[in-house]
Design a protein around this ligand. Structure first.
Ligand SMILES: [Zn+2]
Length: 253
């Protein structure tokens, strides 16, 4: 997959990063990344996935922009209130970088449709605001051997980890019991923006092979105290999601 002259120009500055080069950019062009949920995390994540040159960005969300989303869901502008988030996002992202493919699916991810909706991608970025859907996506990613970059935010706080099936714990290893769901989560827009940036960094590292991933580690950020902490997280050998014989067989190859 060659790069055009305009792509070489567009991505010139990032290709200077050590270990990236034209080869890394070609890998990004060949990559397909799903953004599961186009809200506070998914909007900035999809913007940076678009500008970095991921070849195919798949946006999945079933909601329309509401006025109270606009403090953080930065692809939604005043005129977009009442429109489907993924359709608004697709148009803006295509205008931002016409070299890539942006696809939009209006759907709520469920256990029944997750296979069809996400399908065959290289990475899934967690843009969910509820644990029920996160665990569905986690299970799909583990069984399909797709890396899943989890992030969750609240207020000025958040956590994230990168799940690479077979290489480290999955989300269920880390959270054996469902954390409590909140209907309305307090959020400062800058918090998901921070985590979305980190999710894109992990995506780029996964695809290009540069750096050390956040696998087996959970990053916690406390923005009130401005403390960043990384804690080791381990795989649960009895995890109902990632310890099945099928998964172990896949990862021994
Ligand atoms: Zn697990």
């Amino acid at each position: 997959m060659d790069l055009s002259l305009s792509e070489l120009e567009r991505y010139k500055t990032q290709m200077l990063i050590s270990g990236w080069n034209v080869e890394g950019q070609k890998k990004l062009k060949a990559a397909s990344v799903a953004v599961a949920g186009v809200g506070g995390l998914g909007c900035p994540a999809s913007i940076y996935l678009t500008t970095v040159g991921v070849g195919r960005v798949l946006l999945i969300d079933n909601e329309k922009f509401e006025l109270n989303n606009l403090n953080r869901q930065i692809l939604g502008w005043q005129e977009d209130v009442g429109k489907f988030k993924v359709e608004v996002a697709r148009e803006k992202l295509k205008a931002l970088n016409p070299e890539i493919r942006v696809e939009a699916i209006v759907a709520e991810i469920t256990r029944d449709n997750v296979h069809d909706v996400i399908g065959d991608v290289d990475v899934v970025v967690d843009g969910q605001d509820n644990w029920r859907t996160r665990f569905i996506v986690n299970e799909y990613c583990v069984t399909s051997n797709i890396p899943f970059i989890h992030a969750g935010v609240s207020s000025l706080h958040g956590q994230m980890t990168t799940i690479v099936p077979g290489e480290g714990p999955c989300l269920r290893c880390v959270f054996p019991k469902d954390p409590p769901e909140h209907r309305e989560i307090p959020v400062l827009g800058a918090t998901p923006a921070l985590f979305a940036s980190l999710q894109v960094m992990e995506t780029v590292k996964l695809v290009t092979g540069i750096g050390r991933l956040l696998v087996g580690r959970m990053l916690f950020v406390n923005g009130e105290e401005m403390v960043f902490e990384t804690v080791e997280v381990k795989r649960n050998t009895k995890c109902p999601v990632c310890s099945s014989p099928q998964i172990n067989a896949n990862t021994s190859n």
